[in-house]
Ligand binder design. Structure first.
Ligand code: CTP
Length: 227
């Protein structure tokens, strides 16, 4: 396959795990499937790809995908700071925690004891990683976010997030997408464009479809036509 891309694609995928103590965490139901499929399809199409992958049992099958693993929102923030400068397109498919437990001294080293009084956890807001990436974006860098929303306010929330985070494209999808093998999505562009999947699509197929939309937006020719 030809490599028409001097550009690099950076993808984040999977949940975050925020520790409660040495053995427990707060997480979410994200499998990372969508981002992993996207990474595989992109590698097949000739993109150099870096995948920042959270705690999930899935991993890409294409050996050309460069994988770095993270666990917490903070780990991911560090990896993004390291890898964002080299990318042309960032696809932020990770289901990043919005809150994390505030831990007292030494709590991370041990296991909290059961007590009859129960346990009160205090949470603090995490950094909005995508907004941070947007604030320090390099010239020509293209940023794609996701908005997982209840169906009834999917489009309005997605539009709002597109503006608030200062990104170029947002993939709006209903809450059920999180654990499923399929996705039904509407992609909204900062330029007012919108693309809609025809009903529910397998996440593998969706990866290729979304890449087509992104390549159209950043002006990349489909490498398969050059074989
Ligand atoms: N995101 C992020 N950092 C966070 C939370 C979310 O970068 N701390 C990213 C997600 O990866 C996704 C996008 O922001 O691409 C939207 O995530 P979502 O959780 O839907 O948005 P929030 O910013 O959390 O907005 P709200 O809680 O108001 O729905």
């Amino acid at each position: 396959m030809n490599h028409p891309h001097h550009r690099r694609l950076l993808i984040t995928a999977g949940p975050t795990h925020e520790p409660i103590d040495a053995v427990r965490f707060i997480g979410n139901r994200s499998s990372g499937r969508l981002g992993v499929e996207l990474a595989d399809r992109a590698a097949e199409r000739g993109w150099p790809v870096t995948l920042l992958l959270g705690p999930t049992h899935l991993s890409p099958s294409d050996p050309r995908v460069e994988v770095r693993r993270y666990r917490t929102t903070d780990d991911l923030a560090g990896l993004l700071a390291e890898h964002q400068p080299a990318c042309t397109v960032l696809v932020m498919a990770a289901a990043v925690a919005d809150f994390r437990p505030i831990l007292g001294p030494g709590v991370l080293e041990g296991k909290l004891k059961r007590s009859g009084e129960g346990l009160v956890l205090r949470l603090e807001a995490t950094e909005d990683l995508l907004a941070a990436c947007s604030a320090r974006r390099g010239p020509g860098q293209f940023l794609v976010g996701f908005a997982l929303e209840p169906r009834d306010r999917m489009l309005s929330s997605a539009r709002d997030k597109l503006e608030r985070k200062g990104i170029d494209l947002i993939v709006a999808n209903p809450l059920e997408t999180m654990e499923g093998r399929t996705i039904e999505a509407v992609v909204l562009g900062r330029d007012g464009s919108s693309h809609r999947t025809e009903g529910a699509m397998d996440k593998r197929e969706f990866g290729a479809w979304l890449l087509g939309v992104i390549e159209g937006a950043v002006g990349v020719r489909d490498s398969r036509t050059m074989d």
